[in-house]
Design a protein around this ligand. Structure first.
Ligand SMILES: Cc1ncc(COP(=O)(O)O)c(C=O)c1O
Length: 401
């Protein structure tokens, strides 16, 4: 029986945490419990835990009594246990999408009249959630440059936010926030720090160890890794907050399904080797683009001249596979190029084994047009996959013309 021990390395946890062989059959992979309801041991009696509240049966291992799969499901539980181990959190919760996870965290932490600081460069859907959904419930957001800790400190003093929301690296401009510094600023000001770790993944960066209170994932991206499943996750440092999130997740019905959890868990097993290759390919592509005459500027935290390079090198184990650049020929040339690649597929999303290309201003970030988060019109975003890197560079060479 595979058993996790304190001190096991990341790659070991990715393969074994939450994934002991099935006690009934010995199956080495957690089965897909494609089930909505469970036989109860008498009225009000559930198996594997207590009816009211989860039971912690080991470090990061929480079992709820199984009665209905919106509340708890063993396959989803296996994924949650694994994610808690990988992020070093008290507990993780798996959702139907990254947006569902974000929504749950905001509802748990914010009340009408509260203020939140958000990055002035962030995933468009996150901005839309604050701007078009939670704003109607009296939650006020303030965009700040989260790569500038002093600007965040000033905004904390001005707005007394309950929450500082950070992406690092950001989508799509790959800005870097100093997580440890922001955690200190947040806590000194009575706020919590939430970090969207989607671009880095827990293999490259572990925000909770740096002082963050909550980690958000679109597991659709690197954690799933194969562009075949949509999902999200929250991992939190405090078990009490986890309890409130679990209550909301059940009350609002935002959990992910068992097959999606199983697919995500399958992806997670190879996260380390994939991220190493994404980082190698990302660095090569970024360096090649930086020397191309039709490229005006490259955004990649691994480049020594990136303004966040030093902080990224301090808090990340590698720089990942996301690379953005500005086309020197302007918006029209940038759009044209996105339609001319052979291996880079024109598409939204990121973090899969295959390379993707997109035009953020017209695609993933169309919702931030006219806002402080608006992205440059000549920007192209690449999700560099794990194909042969020479082939990828040749593809970009042809498409850039
Ligand atoms: C950084 C980041 N956070 C959150 C999300 C939302 O995740 P999902 O699409 O799984 O709802 C995305 C989606 O692209 C993202 O890039």
């Amino acid at each position: 029986m595979a058993q996790i021990e304190r001190g096991d390395g990341f790659e070991t946890l990715a393969i074994h945490a939450g994934q002991e062989p099935d006690p009934v059959t010995g199956a080495v992979v957690p089965p897909i419990y494609q089930v909505s309801t469970y036989k109860q041991d008498g009225v009000g009696g559930v198996r594997g835990g207590t009816k009211h509240g989860a039971v912690e049966t080991g470090p990061g291992r929480w079992i709820e009594g199984y009665e209905y799969s919106r509340t708890a499901n063993p396959t989803r539980g296996a994924l949650e246990e694994c994610l808690a181990a990988l992020e070093g959190g008290a507990r993780a919760l798996a959702f139907a999408s990254g947006m569902a996870a974000e929504d749950c965290l905001i509802r748990a932490l914010c009340r009408p009249g509260d203020h939140v600081l958000i990055p002035h460069d962030a995933y468009g859907g996150t901005f839309r959630l604050f701007d078009k959904v939670h704003a109607h419930w009296g939650i006020t957001y303030h965009p700040v440059p989260v790569s500038d800790a002093e600007a965040v400190r000033t905004a904390v003093a001005e707005f007394s936010p309950v929450l500082i929301w950070v992406e690092t690296p950001t989508n799509p401009l790959l800005s870097i926030a100093d997580i440890a510094a922001l955690a200190q600023i947040a806590h000194a000001g009575g706020a919590l720090l939430a970090v969207d770790n989607t671009f880095a993944s827990p293999y490259l960066q572990q925000p909770i160890a740096l002082g963050a209170d909550a980690v958000i994932h679109s597991t659709t991206k690197y954690l799933g890794g194969h562009s075949d499943v949509v999902g999200g996750a929250l991992v939190v440092a405090d078990a009490g907050l986890a309890e409130r999130l679990a209550f909301l997740q059940n009350a609002t019905g935002s959990a992910g399904g068992p097959f999606d959890a199983w697919l995500t868990l399958r992806g997670v097993k190879t996260l380390g080797v994939r991220m190493d290759r994404h980082s190698e390919n990302g660095a090569q592509v970024a360096m090649w683009l930086a020397n191309h005459s039709r490229v005006a500027r490259v955004y990649y935290p691994g480049l020594a001249d990136h303004p966040g390079h030093e902080v990224a090198a301090k808090q990340m184990r590698g720089f990942g596979g996301m690379v953005s650049f500005r086309h020197a020929g302007g918006e029209d040339r940038a759009v044209e190029m996105c339609g001319r690649t052979r291996l880079f597929t024109l598409g939204e999303s990121l973090g899969g084994v295959e390379s993707l290309i997109e035009h953020p201003a017209r695609m993933t970030h169309a919702s931030v047009a006219g806002s402080p988060l608006e992205v440059p019109a000549d920007l192209v975003r690449l999700s560099v996959g794990i194909e042969n890197c020479d082939d990828l560079i040749e593809d970009l060479r042809t498409a850039l013309g």
